[in-house]
Design a protein around this ligand. Structure first.
Ligand code: NAD
Length: 448
């Protein structure tokens, strides 16, 4: 399940061939190592608006070294691991030049795998010229994401009026190597349940004392989600089908967790899960609907069972389970519901009408629940692009090799990249992160 092409570009002959033919050379992405500081370097902060003044202080609470002294005082030579620009004060198209003024001199002073975050105001909250300027930020950040190279990432975070104090967990994620394969995203932080957010004392174990349910936890992305949530302090309850029982048991034993062998499409699965979580754990704080299957065929040849099984596992089961856990009050206040969608649900894919419908439906589930939830409970989804797992190992070699290159990082992601994004949603301080669908796709060229 390794990346054949990336390995080739790092060999002596591969380096020559890629240089001669002008082929893409995927950077080696930095990923988070347990116990390491969130950012290995200094973050430069700039801009003007509602957030600029508090940014250095917020980053300080995360142990991130930050400075707004980027020019003469540093001799114009200091190097930076990250850049954060407050664009909430840009109120007209003429103001947009402030982006050029801040970023252009600094882009040459970035360390490898740099992180860039632009903060804006949701365009729908403002009018006229300000709305134009705030909407323009999307084009800027998405283009810079494609330009930045060297394993860098660029995101736009729209911070709603009143949510200024709720950006901490999002900055912790976006500035750290945890967001290695997330780029070109537009993230929204609302005022939703801002008062329900819990302060995090230990950023190395933010989920201490929490219980997390992960479906499909015996292998692939689900196994990694279980590992990362456990690393962050959670007690993990893993679920998988009877055929995967021994693998599931092995994974969960290694994590001092709990497991339940269960087909999530079974008629009584929601009730069994609710009962188990209530009686064994007194409830649940994080629910991750990861289990998923593909049964690809063009629609002209699609047998009914292929259609039914994919919709049942990927969409109907998460819908029914979420509803039951909410109705029975099993999800505790400040809880988290996380769906696993897919780029296929956004861009569509040949042979995947069933799968893409199920994954777009997961996004619909997020949309429909986001406004309904109370008590600080949030719902969000990840939409993975090409992630190297047993699921993608089944893709034919040539399609797989090409598929992995169709993104700004010219490589596939790893299960841990999806898991880290879910851990950010799960963080007790992420209460204002609600209704988002973040793509974990290395800024794939497909789809919006
Ligand atoms: N790998 C990728 O590139 C990629 C891309 C986009 C989205 N996804 C999504 O990520 C999730 C995980 O994918 P993966 O690549 O790790 O797949 P995988 O096939 O390796 O793992 C899926 C797990 O779900 C379990 N499962 C399937 N049906 C189940 C059921 N009825 N009840 C309980 N468990 C069940 C399987 O036994 C397996 O352990 C899926 O929802 C998938 O659609 C993956």
């Amino acid at each position: 399940m390794s990346d054949f092409y990336q390995g080739f570009t790092q060999s002596a002959i591969g380096k020559q061939v890629t240089r001669l033919l002008g082929l893409p050379t995927p950077a080696t992405l930095e990923r988070y190592a347990e116990g390491a500081p969130l950012v290995d370097g200094t973050v430069a902060v700039g801009g003007r608006g509602r957030l600029a003044e508090s940014l250095v202080g917020i980053l300080d609470t995360l142990g991130i070294a930050a400075t707004d002294e980027t020019g003469a005082d540093t001799g114009g030579e200091a190097r930076f691991k990250g850049l954060v620009f407050d664009a909430t004060g840009l109120t007209s198209s003429a103001d947009l030049v402030a982006l050029r003024d801040f970023f252009t001199p600094l882009l040459r002073r970035l360390d490898p795998c740099p992180r860039v975050v632009v903060l804006g105001t949701p365009p729908e909250q403002v009018a006229d010229g300000e709305r134009v300027a705030q909407r323009a930020l999307e084009g800027f950040t998405r283009s810079l994401g494609k330009e930045i190279g060297r394993g860098g990432t660029v995101q736009l975070v729209y911070v709603a009026d009143g949510a200024e104090g709720a950006v901490q967990s999002t900055l912790a994620f976006l500035l750290s190597p945890k967001s290695a394969y997330v780029s070109g995203q537009v993230i929204r932080i609302g005022a939703h349940g801002a008062t329900d957010a819990e302060p995090v004392d230990d950023w190395l174990r933010p989920l201490e004392g929490k219980v997390a349910l992960v479906t499909g936890a015996s292998r692939g992305i689900g196994e990694q989600i279980a590992r990362v949530l456990h690393r962050d302090g959670a007690t993990v309850v893993g679920v998988d089908v009877p055929q995967a029982a021994s693998e599931l048991q092995g994974v969960m034993k290694g994590l001092d967790g709990d497991h339940l062998v269960l087909d999530i499409t079974a008629k009584d699965a929601p009730q069994r899960l609710a009962h188990h979580l209530k009686t064994e754990h007194g409830g649940v704080d994080v629910v991750v609907h990861n289990a998923g299957i593909t049964r690809d065929k063009k629609l002209a040849n699609m047998a009914e069972d292929r259609w039914e099984s994919v919709i049942a596992v990927n969409l109907t089961a998460p819908e029914r389970i979420t509803r039951e856990l909410l109705d029975q009050g099993v999800i505790r206040p400040n809880g988290r519901v996380v769906g696993v969608a897919s780029i296929a649900g956004i861009a569509g894919n040949v042979g995947q009408t069933n799968y893409a419908a199920s994954k777009a439906g997961v996004i619909g589930l997020v949309d429909s629940l986001a406004d309904e939830l109370t008590d600080g409970i949030t719902v969000n989804a990840v939409a993975p692009g090409f992630i190297i797992t047993q699921m993608t190992a089944a893709v034919p070699f040539a399609t797989r090799e090409v598929g992995q290159r169709l993104n700004a990082m010219a490589q596939g992601g790893l299960p841990v990249d999806v898991a880290e994004t879910i851990a950010w949603y799960a963080n007790p301080a992420s209460t204002a992160v609600n209704g988002n669908v973040v793509r974990v796709c290395g800024q794939m060229m497909l789809g919006a």
